[in-house]
Design a protein around this ligand. Structure first.
Ligand SMILES: [Zn+2]
Length: 64
């Protein structure tokens, strides 16, 4: 079971094979090989990276 790196919630929706969405804190996660990138969805629909807020371990958990 995957947990959201931000809120530790398990209410994760799958958008595509590599893209996930946390319904609790409304962030998007994109899996890239052995790590994930975390994004906040702006009001205009664009993505802004939140990777700076997380440590390496949190961004390298294996998903899926
Ligand atoms: Zn979350």
């Amino acid at each position: 079971m995957m947990n959201c790196p931000n809120c530790k919630g398990i209410d994760i929706g799958k958008i595509s094979d590599t893209e996930y969405y946390c319904w609790q804190c409304c962030i998007q996660m994109i899996q890239k090989k052995q790590r994930i990138n975390i994004y906040e969805i702006e009001a205009d629909g664009s993505l802004s990276s939140l990777d700076d807020l997380f440590n390496k371990d949190e961004l390298t958990q294996t998903w899926g």
